[in-house]
Design a protein around this ligand. Structure first.
Ligand code: ADP
Ligand code: MG
Length: 256
């Protein structure tokens, strides 16, 4: 049986760059099975927060805990092993690798057969590979990517490439998925499809999502809880309806 999903607890997270505090004692909790959005005007610290949670930037102070695990001292690989998967913005998928193989990259972390067993294609390793392929196909079907499995990933339209990137992260079987502006650059119909996919990641797969997003409309539709940052500080938190009517939030966005 899978272990019970755990909250992600961000406490007094501070990140300083030379002469600039990009995040100043920010705290919030991502409840298991929820979509938690972090929003705010340009330069508010959203990507910095995302990069600390995924192990790309180091925190100057504060903590990030997934259950009992402290993430601020972990490498990005260790964070992925703990069940936190992220997608990459401006991804360059290869024109020489199929969608199927790109998705299977996400399953490497879960492969238990040793290098030698895999290399010699021993029966145990082949059985494991078949299970990974089955699961990869299920995830492709979930995303509507089945028709493209044999296509080179790098030549697909931008919106489909972003879905492949999301699929690669889902193939890691994460407990928590980190998405930085997942619908940026998409056409309206791609946005709508991707928003639907993100809500079924929560509803059907039970995976928690931390969403950093600029598009208020999508955040208001998808998020259970919204944390609003401005100049590195948390200025509001609540349901979409609550933060939307918060005078500090309105002021932060108008001042942009
Ligand atoms: P957002 O994603 O909300 O637009 P960022 O987290 O990218 O904001 O940036 C927050 C602030 O930190 C900005 O003033 C930005 O210039 C600064 N910043 C971000 N990354 C770095 C870095 N690697 N070095 C120096 N300053 C940075
Ligand atoms: Mg950003």
């Amino acid at each position: 049986t899978a272990p019970a999903p755990q909250p992600l607890e961000v406490r007094d997270l501070t990140v300083r760059f030379a002469g600039l505090t990009a995040l100043d004692k920010v705290s919030f909790t991502v409840a298991p099975g929820s979509i938690h959005a972090v929003i705010g005007p340009n330069g508010a610290g959203k990507s910095t927060c995302f990069n600390v949670l995924s192990g790309v930037y180091r925190a100057s102070e504060g903590s990030v805990r997934l259950g009992e695990q402290e993430l601020t001292r972990c490498s990005s690989n260790a964070i992925a092993d703990l069940g936190v998967a992220r997608t990459f913005q401006n991804i360059a998928l290869s024109a020489h690798v199929t969608v199927a193989d790109t998705l299977l990259l996400g399953r490497h972390r879960l492969t238990t057969s040793g290098f030698v067993a895999t290399g010699l294609r021993l029966p145990s390793a082949r059985r494991e590979e078949a299970l990974h392929r089955d699961r990869m196909r299920e995830i492709a079907a979930f995303l509507g990517l089945e028709p493209y499995l044999a296509h080179p990933a790098g030549v697909l339209p931008y919106g489909l490439q972003k879905l492949v990137e999301l699929g690669r992260a889902l193939c890691m079987e994460p407990e928590l998925l980190l998405l930085d502006e997942p619908i940026a650059g998409m056409t309206p119909s791609e946005r709508q499809h991707t928003a639907g996919v993100i809500s079924s990641v929560r509803d059907s797969l039970g995976i928690s999502v931390l969403l950093v997003e600029h598009d208020m409309g999508v955040v208001m539709r998808l998020a259970d809880t919204v944390t609003v940052l401005d100049f590195g500080r948390k200025i509001a938190e609540g349901t979409p309806a609550q933060v939307q009517n918060d005078p500090d939030v309105v002021r932060a966005y108008l001042g942009e």
